[in-house]
Ligand binder design. Structure first.
Ligand SMILES: [Fe+2]
Ligand SMILES: [Fe+2]
Length: 325
């Protein structure tokens, strides 16, 4: 029989020490560095969710590419939607540096085991929706993603630098589109206001639940993956958007929205958190359709993946033959 003394905490691993010191110094963790399992798992989940959002996010606006009202609008929209595909690809690559498998992440998405942003489950019935998505949704993405350029995980932070530059083009194209419509006919102005009314609250929900209902946020902030809380980012978005709405000549659909001199921020109403919970659970207006289309695209693209794999194998065999000769 062995005798054991009082339980002692094991000494911290050298890897843990290096990790803690790197985070404390505000430096970057790189793929080859030791990292806690929870840090790795949190990042894989967050980056995968982000990648899925970029790819699913192509759908609501993509529907308007064939119906854009002019060649110029079509070219701009096409470029924007292609950018979102690129964002998805950088992000899947960043997840791969953590040991995730891209095919597995895609499976998880189409089987409903991994989430994407709630915002992409809302419909785009008019062309004004394209403008409002650029203004609100890409605007909210900028608020969320600019601080991620300083995220503690190197590959994620670096991907965000380029992504943010492109998001800023997306926001401008949306705002410019709306400006043009607001200078048009009364019907066009009504169309813009209607899209603003429909997208405002779902856009505020993009920042996630309120801080007191967001239990994982504190840990992500202590690891410096996340730099600001959901409520803080939401407040920034409101402060940024209110003057833009005034310049555009639209009304944001919130009777409680007003400038608070004392706080130096806007006061605003509470989003419908039950709606957010429903949409996240799969009960939004377009959840089923988004996943159905993503699944169909994946299945229809199987031959491309097979052909690319066969080509790569042939190429590798040829290279080997060349090296042996
Ligand atoms: Fe994007
Ligand atoms: Fe974007």
């Amino acid at each position: 029989m062995t005798t054991t003394g009082p339980a002692e905490a094991p000494p911290p691993e050298p890897g843990q020490k290096h990790f803690d010191a790197t985070i404390a110094r505000d430096q970057r963790i790189e793929p080859r560095d030791w990292m806690p399992d929870g840090y790795r798992a949190t990042l894989i989940r967050q980056i995968a969710q982000h990648a899925h959002s970029e790819i699913i996010g192509m759908q609501p606006e993509g529907e308007w590419i064939t119906r854009a009202p002019s060649l110029r609008r079509k070219a701009v929209l096409l470029a924007k939607v292609q950018d979102e595909a690129g964002h998805g690809l950088y992000l899947y690559s960043a997840a791969e540096t953590l040991g995730a498998d891209r095919a597995d992440l895609t499976e998880r998405l189409i089987e409903g085991r991994q989430k994407y942003s709630s915002i992409f489950n809302y419909p785009t019935p008019t062309f004004a929706d394209v403008g409002v998505i650029g203004w609100f949704v890409d605007g909210a993405a900028i608020c969320n993603q600019v601080p991620l350029c300083r995220s503690s995980y190197g590959p994620y932070a670096r991907a965000m630098v380029r992504v943010c530059k492109e998001e800023s083009f997306h926001q401008r194209q949306g705002y410019e589109l709306l400006m043009t419509m607001m200078r048009g006919t009364e019907a066009q102005r009504r169309m813009v206001q209607d899209a603003v009314d429909r997208w405002w609250w779902p856009s505020l929900m993009m920042f996630g639940p309120p801080d007191d209902a967001s239990p994982n946020s504190a840990r992500s902030m202590s690891w410096k993956i996340k730099r600001h809380s959901n409520d803080e980012l939401r407040r920034r978005f409101v402060d940024m958007t209110v003057p833009q709405a005034a310049a555009l000549g639209v009304t944001l659909p919130d009777p409680e929205l007003r400038w608070n001199e004392e706080r130096g921020h806007h006061d605003f109403g509470t989003p419908d958190w039950d709606e957010l919970a429903r949409v996240i659970k799969g009960d939004g207006p377009c959840n089923t359709e988004r996943i159905r289309r993503r699944r169909a695209a994946h299945e229809e693209g199987a031959w491309v993946r097979e052909a690319a794999t066969a080509h790569a194998a042939k190429q590798a065999a040829r290279d080997q033959e060349g090296a042996a000769a």
